[in-house]
Write a protein that binds this ligand. Structure first.
Ligand code: ADP
Length: 167
């Protein structure tokens, strides 16, 4: 059987425990997982692309070891469907939070199906503890001096502290 490749795309600015939870679920569905880190300069990222890739890659080591699934962390700045085709993805994985993500994801899947109807998008829900976590809110809390260690891995919390200490 050919190995099943999944692509989990996002901005990961920064990686949160919500993302990590989705990855832990995604590895149950695939033989190889590519985490696509989008450049996404429109969003004015706090972390550079290189920093985001490094923080994600660091957290993936333990999941890779535990699951036995190969996890590759790769930056991309092209159309999602073109990137999915280039990594030979069978499925695209997205996390879904309550109702907030639905409208956007609904439109994206519709458009992506028109571009390539062979690659299915699969939605996963994080554990209830992590559902409310959003990178945008983590950044806002940190910017205002709040504690973010309940929302992100320890290394990410340290990196956020470093960013705000400098500015
Ligand atoms: P985007 O920049 O596309 O809004 P992110 O880069 O923050 O998204 O996240 C990538 C993916 O992870 C998206 O599918 C998003 O819905 C999902 N995600 C982010 N946080 C959570 C969470 N707390 N629970 C479930 N899914 C999440």
């Amino acid at each position: 059987m050919a190995k099943r490749i999944g692509l989990y795309p996002g901005t990961f600015d920064p990686l949160t425990l919500g993302h990590v939870d989705i990855v832990e679920r995604a590895v149950k569905l695939v033989d190889e997982l590519v985490i696509g880190v989008a450049v996404n300069l429109d969003k004015g990222p706090l972390f550079t692309l290189e920093e985001r890739v490094a923080l994600v890659a660091q957290e993936m080591k333990a999941i890779e070891k535990k699951s036995g699934v190969t996890i590759k962390v790769t930056p991309f700045d092209t159309l999602l469907m073109h990137f999915a085709e280039s990594v030979k993805a069978d499925i695209i994985i997205r996390g879904l939070r309550a109702v907030s993500d639905f409208e956007y994801e609904f439109q994206m899947v519709g458009m992506n199906q028109a571009l390539n109807d062979e690659i299915e998008t699969v939605f996963l829900m994080a554990d209830a503890r992590y559902q409310a976590i959003a990178s945008r809110l983590v950044k806002e809390i940190a910017r205002l001096g709040g504690e973010v260690s309940a929302f992100v891995p320890a290394a990410v919390a340290a990196a956020i502290k470093g960013k705000f200490a400098k500015s």
